[in-house]
Design a protein around this ligand. Structure first.
Ligand code: FAD
Ligand code: FES
Length: 273
C-alpha cells in the first residue's frame, strides 16, 4: 500500500499527489512513468513521474480528471492509501547538451515536462519552455518551470493570460524570429504533439514527443500500447514513451486512443451513480 503524503489541487480538474514510494523514488529518472491501481478492483493507469524526492522516499504525480479512474483518484486525500504503484517504467528521457532546447507542454503535459526541463538545464542547455493552457484558471506550475528554464512563454487558447493561441503559435514565433533551436521536446494531447511535429519537420528541427497510448501492463506484455514509428511497430511502454515525433503515425495513435470511448463513458457513468 502506498500512502498519499500530500494532495494539492493545482487547477480545476488537475490534482497533484505526493506518494510514499521509496524504491520507485530511488530509481526514478526524468521521462519515466508509473502504473497506478487505486484498489483491488481498480484498472491500471499510467501516470508520469513529475518529481521524485529520494531522501523523503516520495514520488509526485499530477493527474487530470478525464474519466472514471482519474476522477476516482481525485476523491483520494492526504493519508489515504492506493494499492499499487509500479515503476519506474519506460526509458528515461535522453538528456544531453544539445544547445537550445524548447520544451512544449500542453495542459497536464506541463507537469510532465518539468523533470525533463530541469535535467536539460542541469546538462547545460539553454531551455525555453512553452506552456499551453485552454484558459487562465487552468494555468499551473509557471513558477516551477521558470525556476528551471531560461525563458518561459505561456499561451492560452482564449488569450485570458499570456500569449493568445496555441503552443505551436509560440513555437512558430521563435522560429520566425530566427532563434536557433536544436531540440524540441513535446508532451501533451496527441493532437498538440502532432501539430508540433508538423511545424518543426520542414525546418529539420529534431523533435521528440512523449506518447500517451492506452497502456495496461506497462511492461511490454499486453500489446495495448502498440504504435507505429517509422513504419515499424513499437510498444510505447518499453520502446518509449519518447519517440522521434517526425516518424510517429499520429492518426493511428489518435484512432486507438478513442477505441474504447463508449465503454469508458459507460464505466464513468456507472461509477458516478
Ligand atoms: P477513461 O475514460 O478510461 O479514458 C479517457 C481517455 O484516456 C481514453 O479515451 C484514452 O484516450 C485514455 N486512456 C484510458 N485508459 C488509459 C490507459 N490505461 N492508459 C493510457 N491512456 C488511457 N495523464 C495525466 O493526467 N497525467 C500524467 O502524468 C499522465 N502520464 C501519462 C504517461 C503515459 C506513459 C501515458 C501512456 C499516459 C499518461 N496519462 C497521463 C494519461 C492517463 O493515463 C489517462 O488520462 C488515464 O488512463 C485515463 O483514465 P480514466 O479512467 O480516468 O479515463
Ligand atoms: Fe502492455 Fe505496453 S502497456 S505492452
Amino acid at each position: 500500500m502506498y500512502k498519499i503524503l500530500r494532495k494539492e489541487r493545482l487547477a480545476p480538474g488537475i490534482n497533484l499527489f505526493e506518494i510514499e514510494a521509496p524504491r520507485v523514488a530511488k530509481h526514478a529518472k526524468p521521462g519515466q512513468f508509473v502504473i497506478v491501481r487505486l484498489h483491488e478492483k481498480g484498472e491500471r493507469i499510467p501516470l508520469t513521474i513529475a518529481d521524485a524526492d529520494k531522501s523523503k522516499g516520495s514520488v509526485t504525480i499530477v493527474a487530470q480528471e478525464v474519466g472514471k479512474t482519474t476522477h476516482e483518484l481525485g476523491t483520494y486525500n492526504e493519508g489515504d492509501y492506493i494499492s499499487d504503484l509500479l515503476g519506474p517504467l519506460g526509458n528515461p528521457s535522453h538528456i544531453d547538451k544539445f544547445g537550445t532546447v524548447v520544451m512544449v507542454g500542453g495542459g497536464v503535459g506541463v507537469a510532465e515536462i518539468y523533470p525533463v526541463a530541469r535535467a536539460m538545464k542541469e546538462a547545460g542547455n539553454y531551455v525555453i519552455s512553452i506552456l499551453g493552457f485552454r484558459t487562465k484558471e487552468l494555468v499551473f506550475w509557471e513558477d516551477k518551470l521558470r525556476d528551471v528554464s531560461d525563458e518561459v512563454i505561456v499561451t492560452t487558447n482564449d488569450g485570458s493570460y499570456g500569449m493568445k493561441g496555441f503552443t505551436t503559435h509560440a513555437l512558430q514565433k521563435l522560429i520566425d524570429e530566427g532563434r536557433k533551436i536544436d531540440l524540441v521536446h513535446a508532451v501533451g494531447p496527441a493532437i498538440m504533439m502532432k501539430a508540433v511535429a508538423e511545424l518543426t519537420k520542414p525546418y529539420g528541427i529534431k523533435t521528440v514527443a512523449s506518447l500517451n497510448p492506452i497502456m495496461v501492463d506497462g511492461t511490454g506484455m499486453c500489446g495495448a500500447c502498440r504504435i507505429t514509428v517509422g513504419g515499424e511497430i513499437k510498444f510505447a511502454c518499453v520502446d518509449g514513451p519518447e519517440f522521434d515525433a517526425h516518424l510517429v503515425d499520429w492518426d493511428e495513435l489518435m484512432k486507438r486512443l478513442n477505441y474504447y470511448r463508449d465503454l469508458e463513458l459507460i464505466s464513468f457513468e456507472k461509477w458516478k451513480r
